[in-house]
Design a protein around this ligand. Structure first.
Ligand code: MSP
Length: 513
């Protein structure tokens, strides 16, 4: 049976510089994608840019650019971010591509054919920055201006002819679906939020606009452009060559295993998207995971507060593995989390430099000096050696389960715990004192600790791929052998070949840095 796994990030508005929130969504999804590959899944990991709509059109105008040219430039910035973040995405979709255009038209036609679309007039509040319609009770006054209560962004009054999607007709079906699929929306708190929203009853949704032109025209009525969210959400199937549902990619990867998104766009993914799919008679994704918000020093990052942590600057200064590790260790996935430069430095020093980095450095320089630079082999493991290794191996089902449920924090805590334990084991076993009088014991200790380093490195690989690839290459484990299955495979270690050179994995950060 083929094991396929499809995971997506939100596609980003290319309206400005990428920030830490973008980096976070992408890194989290990348970690799950990489983990699934280690489990031998055939993974499709998608990201891209969401280029239509009023927000982008306005931004392009502000910059005196044609919207397509504006998007070409900024989409490239996001594509280059995927490389800077060391993302392993298999595809990068742009909503201005032909493959997406034809997929959106097909979705529209399906909704029209099923009788779910009608023409009327929209009058109500709209936020260009959120590209969202708000009800009267979802907005408030602030300094004489109307803003959205949830996002704080400005709203404006809109009155125009519009096509509507009969969202109201799908409330019961959606509630039934949430009930039958209790893990469709995670974490639980977000699910409850969505269920409460749908239980109040859904209103029909305006799905076309006439006051601007930057979008995909509505079939047979080209003065309308398709609402950017109906357009954008469809990207998840455009990348699978929809409307060709016989296509290999579509067959292998739809329904998606998980859409990773931020909590601000939960309603679009957990209410609108499933309703569109139900109406189009297409299968629904298996899960929508809404992560929390990244705060800087406990406050929302904003230009005016001057507390924006720029991912590119941080990576230049400290390194990509360091940022990846810090973000997912520090922020509890699902909740809002605060990050700061101070904590980042402490985390690099404590968890990476002093723990995993130091363990590798000490063990491999000892082997270089005392064992002809080759990993000793031993079958004389005593109970405590065995216990160290077994403990990790026995926890594999739990670790795999944690990753399947997006419980990244518990996963990291457990794996980092193994690394602390291995450091302690190495210290307490003192191979340097038994070296002369019991070289066999020394070999056993080194064998045990290297097996453990190999296993910890495999488990940390999705999170800090650069550093762990270096360590695993140094012990002569090739990339294709970095697999969860090889955690139980001791034969994978080569005891005849010399170890490669190990450079410093993580520099300690001094205070003035
Ligand atoms: N274009 C839409 C998504 C369409 S998906 C079919 C969009 N784009 S965005 O660029 O504004 O945001 C992309 C992602 O970044 C969202 O998941 C959003 O939640 C996330 N973040 C933006 N700022 C954030 C933080 N400060 N913290 C964490 N993530 C936040 O929305």
């Amino acid at each position: 049976m083929s094991k396929n796994y499809y995971i997506t990030t939100p596609i980003y508005y290319p309206s400005g510089k990428p920030h830490m929130g973008h980096a976070y969504s992408s890194i989290v999804a990348d970690i799950f994608a990489r983990f699934k590959r280690l489990e031998n899944y055939n993974v499709l990991f998608l990201t891209g840019t969401d280029e239509h709509g009023q927000k982008i059109e306005k931004e392009a105008k502000k910059n005196n650019k044609d919207p397509k040219i504006f998007c070409d430039e900024l989409s490239e910035t996001f594509r280059s971010l995927t490389r800077t973040l060391n993302l392993s995405n298999d595809d990068f979709i742009r909503t201005t591509e032909h493959r997406h255009h034809k997929s959106v038209i097909e979705i529209w036609n399906k909704l029209a054919d099923s009788g779910d679309i009608y023409l009327d007039k929209y009058s109500g509040w709209y936020s260009v920055s959120d590209e969202a319609f708000y009800d009267e009770d979802e907005i408030e006054d602030k300094n004489g201006k109307k803003i959205s209560k949830s996002s704080g962004s400005l709203v404006e009054w809109v009155e125009e002819e519009s096509y509507f999607f009969k969202l109201s007709a799908w409330s019961d079906k959606l509630l039934e679906f949430y009930k039958k699929n209790p893990n469709f929306i995670l974490p639980e708190s977000r699910k409850n939020e969505v269920v409460r929203f749908v239980e109040k009853g859904l209103k029909d949704l305006s799905i076309s606009r006439t006051s601007f032109t930057w979008g995909i025209p509505v079939p047979k009525n080209e003065k309308h452009v398709i609402y950017v969210w109906l357009d954008a959400l469809t990207n998840y199937i455009s990348a699978l060559n929809f409307p060709n549902i016989e296509d290999k990619k579509y067959k292998a990867f739809w329904p998606a295993n998980v859409h990773i998104i931020g909590k601000d766009i939960l309603r679009f993914h957990a209410v609108f998207w499933p309703a569109f799919l139900l109406a189009a008679k297409l299968p629904l994704p298996k899960r929508v995971f809404g992560h929390g918000w990244i705060l800087s020093d406990d406050k929302k990052m904003s230009k005016s507060l001057g507390n924006i942590l720029d991912p590119i600057e941080i990576i230049d200064k400290f390194g990509i593995d360091q940022l990846r590790y810090y973000l997912v260790k520090e922020v509890s996935l699902g909740n809002d989390g605060s990050i700061s430069l101070e904590n980042l430095k402490n985390c690099i020093n404590n968890d990476l430099a002093n723990n995993y980095g130091n363990l590798c450095q000490r063990v491999f320089s000892f082997i270089k000096k005392n064992c002809d630079n080759k990993i000793p082999y031993s079958t004389k493991l005593n109970n405590s050696d065995k216990a160290l290794l077994e403990n990790l191996k026995n926890s594999l089902p739990k670790l795999q389960n944690l990753m399947d449920n997006q419980d990244l924090n518990e996963y990291i805590k457990t794996v980092v715990g193994f690394s602390f334990e291995a450091n302690k084991y190495f210290n307490d076993s003192e191979p340097w004192t038994v070296k002369k009088k019991d070289p066999e014991r020394m070999n056993t200790i080194l064998f045990t600790v290297v097996v453990q380093i190999k296993n910890i490195s495999i488990l940390l690989n999705p999170i800090i791929p650069k550093a762990t690839n270096k360590v695993l290459a140094m012990i002569n484990i090739s990339n294709e052998n970095i697999k969860i299955d090889n955690i139980k495979n001791e034969k994978i270690l080569n005891h005849k070949k010399e170890l490669g050179e190990l450079e410093i994995l993580f520099n300690k950060i001094e205070n003035d840095n």
